[in-house]
Design a protein around this ligand. Structure first.
Ligand code: NAD
Length: 337
């Protein structure tokens, strides 16, 4: 059994903890929080040992009636590996704390690539994380782009990728984020950081990305144009994408026109928190013009990286191979719509 600690129990951390708890070969050693808020209370109700991420705040948990099992150092001691799900830029402060205790750790995509030895996407470079001590699971957008690029590159070769990302302005719980009445180029200069981030997984892929921020919280939308090195027809592309376990090709008959219905579908399907771990590619959007592939996909920013974190754990601390790990993760979570 792999004992997994989760440091930072917010949007990503709580989902990682539940996904770890669902795996047959992993258990949650505990979760660390900075504040005794509603998430801390539900962590305890879910049966996770709670640790105070900042030692001198332990009293605040006691005042709120929440028992803590210790501080961050005790959580690390109780863990074979830590998944660091703190907000961006906290990772560089935490890495030496993990290093001092010889404990491997996974960081998230908000951190710079230099936080870790390897940037990771299970479909694309699982073996690069084999036995690594520090790994970064790339962001929600880079994860989704990697899942599409990997099969296209293997099957047809890629000459050039161009992506426009319409990003949600904040997660549903981020009540202070905006814009509320505008669509902002973000950044206004080209490229956005997403292309260079994809190159941490695919160093040789030529990719340009532009990004905008829109007043929605549900999902990101990507408009892709991939110039391939051959000219397959649309049905071959659809078959290729449909074969990918973490890509959902939305059939025309589903009558799903956007993120609202996708999330409704996830909730109707009994998905925890209405999560969509898969890229959601509209089958009707897949079009070929000569060697140019076009498609639209939606990405559930809160959850697509969750199965990737689970696979990163196996790559780092077991000898399970990529296919077996992906299958095990998918089965435990019921990935695949
Ligand atoms: P979040 O703000 O929802 O959660 C972070 C949690 O960490 C909060 O509970 C916060 O209180 C806690 N925290 C703050 N400082 C801490 C510290 N020093 N020690 C321990 N905990 C601390 O953030 P999130 O959205 O879960 O993002 C976490 C990471 O995942 C970031 O790198 C982010 O870029 C990345 N990520 C986020 C998304 C997304 O859409 N939310 C998607 C993919 C990757």
């Amino acid at each position: 059994m792999i004992h997994v600690g989760v440091n930072g129990y917010g949007t990503i951390g709580k989902r990682v903890a539940d996904a770890v708890a669902a795996q047959p070969d992993m258990t949650v050693s505990g979760v660390a929080k900075t504040r005794p808020n509603y998430e801390a209370e539900t962590a305890v109700r879910r049966g996770y040992d709670l640790y105070a991420a900042i030692d001198d705040r332990a009293d605040a948990f006691a005042d709120a009636g929440l028992d803590v099992a210790g501080g961050l150092e005790e959580l690390i001691e109780a863990s074979d590996i830590v998944v660091d799900c703190c907000p961006s830029d906290i990772g560089p402060k935490n890495r030496p704390v993990y290093e001092d205790r010889d404990t491997p750790a996974i960081f998230q995509g908000g951190e710079g690539a230099d936080i870790a030895d390897v940037s990771f996407n299970a479909r694309s470079n699982f073996e690069d994380a084999r036995d690594a001590d520090y790994v970064r699971v790339v962001s929600c957008n880079t994860t989704a782009l990697s899942r599409v690029i990997a099969p296209l590159e293997e099957e047809y070769g890629i000459e050039k990728v161009r992506v426009t990302l319409v990003r949600r302005s904040g997660d549903p719980s981020e009540t202070g984020r905006g814009p509320v009445n505008d669509v902002l180029p973000d950044p206004v200069s080209i490229p956005s950081h997403h292309g260079p981030d994809v190159n941490t997984i695919f160093p040789d892929v030529d990719i340009d990305t532009l990004a905008l921020k829109a007043p929605t919280t549900l999902m990101h939308t990507h408009s892709l144009n991939v110039t391939l090195e051959s000219e397959p027809d649309e049905s071959a592309i659809l078959d290729l994408l449909a074969d990918e376990s973490r890509i959902f090709t939305i059939p025309e008959t589903a009558d799903i026109d956007g993120a609202g219905k996708l999330k409704d579908y996830a909730l109707d399907s009994g998905r925890p928190r209405g999560d969509l771990w898969e890229n959601c590619v509209w089958a009707e959007s897949v079009g070929m013009e000569g060697p140019d592939l076009y498609l639209f996909q939606n990405v559930h920013q809160e959850s697509d990286v969750i199965p990737e974190n689970i696979d990163a754990i196996r790559a780092m601390v077991t000898d399970v191979d990529a296919a077996a790990s992906i299958d095990r993760t998918n089965e435990a979570l019921d990935v695949g719509l």
